[in-house]
Ligand binder design. Structure first.
Ligand code: GDP
Ligand code: MG
Length: 438
C-alpha cells in the first residue's frame, strides 16, 4: 500500500538519526501531512492530527525510560490509530444482515466474503439475492453461495425485493442470513425507499454499507447519508488493496457517525477481515505488533538501564552489555535498533549467536584493565594471547575490536550532544518550553 510506504519513509527519516529535536518532529509532522493529504485524508483531520502529535510528542508526556525517538514513534502510531477509527468485533450468534451500497462498490462480492467469514467460524449461512435490477447480480451471488457452501435464496423474475426477502426468511433456517440489495449510481430517495421496504420485512440485526476505498474521503459523506436514512451498524470498505485513497476512506468514515466494520483487501472471498485499526496502522508502519514491541523495548531498557550505560565511558564490558540487551529482543532486534531504542548499529544486532558467543569468550580472556581500557589492545601480543585464551583466531579478535571502535566513535558523537539531550529531556517534562513551538 502506497500510504504505508510513504509513512514508513517519513518515520525512517526520524529513526535514522541519533537524536531528534523539535525541528525533526516538526519536519516529520510536515511529511505526515503531505502523505496523508495525498492519500485523500481530510485536511482538517490532518491538521488536528498534526497538532496532537506535536503537543504530545514535544510537551505533555514524560519520557520515562523511552527515549524521545521511541516516544515520538509511539505518539505517531497512537494518533494514527485514533485517526483511523475504532476496531470492530463482529457478533458470532444467529443474526440477519442487510448489505447496501452504490453500484460497483463491491456489495455482491462482499456478501460472499461475509458468508465465507461466518462459514469458517462454524455457522450456517444463507445468501439472499434481492438485487432485482440486474439478473446477473443474482447469478453472481448464486455462484458465490456455491463456492463458499452457503444456502441460496431468490425468486427469479420477481421485481419486488421485499417479496424475495420475505419468502427467503420463511424458508431459511440458517444462523446467518445475508441479503444483497440493489445499488444505484447515486444516493437518492428511491434507494432509501427500497432499503426501508426491505428492512421492514426483514428486521435486520446489522446493516452494513459497502463503499469502495477508491472514493477516498467521499466515503465519510456516503456513510453519513446512509446512516441517517437507514441507521447503519457499520461500513465495509472494499478494495483497500488497490487504492491510494484508503487512508482517506477510513479516516472519513471514522470521523462520521458511522464506524468501520470490515475491510475488503482483494477479490477472493477470503480477502476480508473485521476492522482492527491497530493492526491496520501497524501494518502501514511495517511493525505488525507495535504494542508488544513498545512493551518489550521498555522492559529491556529498564532491565539494562541503557541511560546509565550511556552516561558512562564506553568500555568493552558496557559494549557487551548493550549487545546482549539488543540481542535479547530476538528477531525484534532489528526494529528495536530501527526505532533508535538502542545505540547498537543494526549490523551488530544482526550478528549470529555464535559470533556473540565468541565475543563472550574473548571478553572472558581479557584482563580487568583491558576491559576498562580497550586502548591497551592495540598491542599485538595481547591480541595473540586473547585469541589463544578464547580459542579464536587473531583475526576474530581484531574483528571484534574494530566493531568496538566503531561503537566508541558513535558514542563519542552522542556525548557531544549530551548537553543538548539534557535540555530536551527537561523540555519533555514540561520544565521548559520549546522555542518557536506553539
Ligand atoms: P456491486 O455492484 O456493489 O455488487 O459490486 P461487485 O460485488 O459486483 O464488485 C464490483 C467489482 O469490484 C468486481 O470486479 C469485484 O471483483 C471487485 N471487488 C470487490 N471487492 C474488492 C476488493 O476488496 N478488492 C478488489 N481488488 N476488488 C474488489
Ligand atoms: Mg451487486
Amino acid at each position: 500500500m502506497d500510504l504505508g510506504k510513504k509513512l514508513r519513509e517519513a518515520l525512517a527519516k526520524l529513526t535514522g538519526k541519533p537524536y531528534v529535536d523539535a525541528d525533526d518532529v516538526k519536519a516529520l509532522v510536515k511529511d505526515l501531512q503531505r502523505v496523508l493529504i495525498s492519500n485523500d485524508v481530510n485536511v482538517k483531520l490532518v491538521l488536528s492530527l498534526s497538532k496532537k502529535i506535536e503537543e504530545r510528542a514535544l510537551k505533555s508526556e514524560k519520557m520515562e525510560s523511552l527515549t524521545l525517538k521511541e516516544h515520538v514513534t509511539k505518539v505517531v502510531y497512537e494518533e494514527l490509530v485514533s485517526l483511523m477509527g475504532q476496531s470492530y468485533t463482529p457478533r458470532l450468534d444467529k443474526h440477519k444482515i442487510l448489505v447496501c451500497g452504490l453500484y460497483g462498490s463491491g456489495k455482491t462480492t462482499t456478501c460472499g466474503k461475509i458468508a465465507h467469514f461466518y462459514k469458517t467460524r462454524g455457522l450456517s449461512v444463507a445468501l439472499v439475492a434481492a438485487d432485482t435490477d440486474r439478473p446477473a447480480a443474482q447469478e453472481q451471488l448464486e455462484q458465490l453461495a456455491k463456492q463458499v457452501g452457503a444456502a441460496f435464496y431468490t425468486i427469479k423474475g420477481e421485481k419486488d425485493p421485499s417479496k424475495i426477502v420475505a419468502a427467503a426468511l420463511r424458508k431459511a433456517k440458517e444462523d446467518v442470513v445475508i441479503v444483497d440489495s440493489a445499488g444505484r449510481n447515486a444516493f437518492d430517495g428511491y434507494l432509501v425507499e427500497e432499503l426501508r421496504g426491505i428492512a421492514d420485512v426483514m428486521k435486520p440485526d446489522e446493516r452494513y454499507l459497502v463503499v469502495s476505498a477508491d472514493i477516498g474521503q467521499i466515503a465519510g459523506k456516503q456513510a453519513s447519508e446512509f446512516d441517517s436514512a437507514v441507521k447503519l451498524s457499520g461500513v465495509i470498505v472494499t478494495k483497500m488493496d488497490g487504492s491510494g485513497k484508503g487512508g482517506g476512506a477510513l479516516s472519513s468514515v471514522a470521523a462520521s457517525d458511522a464506524r468501520i466494520a470490515f475491510i475488503g483487501v482483494g477479490e477472493k472471498t477470503a480477502d476480508f477481515e473485521p476492522y482492527d485499526s491497530e493492526k491496520f496502522v501497524g501494518r502501514l508502519l511495517g511493525v505488525p505488533d507495535i504494542g508488544a514491541l513498545m512493551e518489550r523495548i521498555k522492559q529491556v531498557s529498564e532491565e539494562t538501564d541503557l541511560k546509565k550505560l550511556e552516561s558512562e565511558e564506553l568500555t568493552i564490558e558496557s559494549f557487551y552489555e548493550q549487545l546482549k540487551a539488543a540481542k535479547k529482543l530476538g528477531p525484534l532486534g532489528n526494529v528495536f535498533s530501527m526505532l533508535g531504542a538502542s545505540d547498537i548499529p543494526k549490523e551488530m544486532v544482526q550478528q549470529s549467536e555464535e559470533k556473540i558467543k565468541r565475543f563472550e569468550s574473548m571478553i572472558n580472556s581479557m584482563t580487568k584493565e583491558e576491559k576498562k581500557d580497550a586502548g591497551l589492545l592495540r598491542d599485538g601480543s595481547r591480541i595473540a594471547r586473547i585469541a589463544r585464551g578464547s580459542g579464536t583466531s587473531e583475526k576474530d579478535v581484531r574483528d571484534f575490536l574494530s566493531q568496538f571502535d566503531k561503537m566508541d566513535k558513535m558514542m563519542n558523537m552522542f556525548k557531544k550532544n549530551r548537553g543538548f539531550r539534557k535540555k530536551m529531556e527537561k523540555m519533555m517534562q514540561g520544565k521548559q518550553g520549546f522555542p518557536g513551538m506553539k
